[in-house]
Ligand binder design. Sequence first.
Ligand code: HEC
Length: 506
Amino acid sequence: MTLSASNLFRPGTRVRLRGAAKRCLQLPLLALWLVLLCTQPARADAQLGPPPPVPPAAAAKDPEASPGGASPAPARIEKSAQPSAKPNPVVEAALEVLRDECVSCHRAGKAKGGLKLVSAEDLKAGGESGPVVAPGKAADSLLHAVLLKEGDPHMPPKKQLTSAQTDAIKAWINAGAAWDASVLERPPKPKPVALRPMPKGVQPVLAAVFSPDGASLAVARGGRVEIRDAKQERFPVKAAFDVHVESIQSLVWSVDGSAVYTGGFRRVGLWRAADGVSQGEWTEGLVGQITALALSAKGETLWVADSLPSRGGFIHKLDWPRRQVAKTWKAHDDSVYGLALSADGRWLASAGADRVARRWDGETSALAATYEGHTNQVLGVAFDSATPRLATTGADREIKVWDRDSREQDAVLGDKKQVVTALFWSKDGSRLAGVTDRGNGAVYSAIQKHTGEQRSDTSKVQKLDKVEAVLQCVSTTSDGALVAAGSADGRVFIWKAADGKLQPVD
Ligand code: HEC
């Protein structure tokens, strides 16, 4: 089966730490919490520094970004083979403007001016001042008037759209303002951004994953991958390579354990674990932070979570060997913080900042279920391989264990006092590990269905030795015997699950 990157991180955490690095690092316990309270729209900008002039492809060629030593030219993956239905170009151009410039403030849960712009019904319903579009008459339509320089209110509030964009809206309204829902489901057009190396000293560990045989631990620290020997005392570093300018957000091992996939900003790379030599990369169609990855049991399918905070979490299903996108869809209305694949490969689960987790058919990508119940962002998701259940963790400080099919909550775990930032269910199903923003962690086993009595009765809990760190990712060996976690300030911690004892790490 797969190594699901079910743990991973919170982009906001990292941004926050980066933006206000010193202060937050002095107050690590507060940092994540502050982040979770923050609203998100500014994140993407904050972490990427000032806009243009270098497109990401060029920035990625920066010497600092390339793997150490002589690597062959990466096998670039060909352009997407996804069939894109070509609708009416007038409609498409206008709806792309709405999608890329307006929807972030005009959607469910954030309908500024009482106006939503995500469906044909929304458009018809209009806003506080009534209808916003008079089909056929752009000159009489508020939706067009607000875009003009003298618009009052002016939209978007702090920016002037290009004349091409305002003309697109005008032409669309004059043509009858038809709707095409598929445009809204596609990722926005990426805007070029320059990637800058992170300030020295801010190298968060956002992913740490054991190899399939449990012999190695891959750690993503900032833009660097470290391969540690998990069979030796002190877990020494066997290999290390710098592969991204930006922070690596997600990591999975190849099926045979010879290479690791990394997800960064608009880029997925595959690197030989022994020496970091590039085995190929993928950038086509990626628009945001690659916040989670999941690999099928045979390694032919890689699911890539592509997140634009507060705008959408997209999943790209890549046929890696054939270098093709099999499918791209909008999975959540906000970032995707976790992906996990069921042991039989049948189901893919996603954790969304939009407070829900979802289950997708691994073959057809059809939505199979939505798990509702968290009152804040869902930060991680994991499947049980032993029973048809999955677990989610939320910024609402709860771990929920769900019956996969009925979507009922079988159990609620955790002390409700801290945020379990990441979850990992051992491949054999024996142990569920979770770590918190306050340096605590626990391993749950024998999780029973909640009967309405004491919470502690619903599972066996082995606490992990506390550390002074904001923990943000977790993984276990297949048998759950070792638990590894990474922290916001760049450290790695490893515990024995049996007694929760912290092990020395070089
Ligand atoms: C950063 C947030 C933001 C963005 C982005 C944004 N809007 Fe708005 N919009 C608002 C706010 C806030 C109001 C309410 C302003 C007021 O009433 O003074 C509003 C009001 C409106 C209204 C008036 C609704 C009514 O019935 O009074 C229209 C029309 C509108 N926006 C269209 C757009 C369009 C079209 C775009 C994209 C080109 C856009 N907005 C992008 C925040 C935003």
